[in-house]
Design a protein around this ligand. Sequence first.
Ligand code: SF4
Length: 258
Amino acid sequence: MRWVESLRNIAKGLPKSRVELRFGKTALYVSDIAEQYYCEAKVHNQYLYGDIETPGKREGERLHESIRMVATKIDRIIKDIKERGYTIVRIPLWTWRGDVVICGKPDFIIFQRGKPSYLVELKTTTGKVGKIWRDEVLQVMLYVNLLEGMGFNIGGTKPVIIKTKQKFHPEVYNHMIKTLLSYLPEYENVQRLEEEYKKRIGLRIMKTTILEYEDKEVEEALEWALDYWIGKREPKPTKKRKKCEVCEYRDKCVWYKK
Ligand code: SF4
């Protein structure tokens, strides 16, 4: 099985891309590629000036860190995927796209009877939990594409985005997300749980969106994104003024029109 070999290869470390990439990168992160669809100039600025913390990023990281997973050796993960009817794992993924290595670490992958059935990304927001953006959709789809590149059978794999309001206590968040994940194969239960939270709190605090994997969309998105990394074209700034208004790179951004 090719996926077994791919998982074992993870422990050996990432290979280096065989072409020169911007900023001396040797592999591209799925999160950066997705972010190019929010504003490519922002990705460029991020590498040029370094990461700038924002309250939103801090809160997202805090909640992500609150989801506890037991560290497990790769051979045990392989055994669980093969033998257990249902298992949730958090593993790094990587694959080749031509001469470029693409990698990333999705939040969770749920395997059922040896196949990845759900690939789940957690997102936090101060806005509406039901609103899903193109870069978020692409991110989760790109992870499914990596799974395929590693030899997994992705026929029927659903990309999933769970979006929640910020400001949860970590313990509450950990409990809520784990309950949702265990309910995912029975989507009606997920909806019931979300409604229950809404009733109890008087506000919609989470929304689980199950998507369909679109191979063509991912292929086209990758092609466009890679042209920037291999230097075929300059970064493209967003045309949406609203994004610039809340951008942490606004003061440094040469594309921002005052
Ligand atoms: S200021 Fe606007 S164009 Fe510049 S990086 Fe931010 S969002 Fe992109």
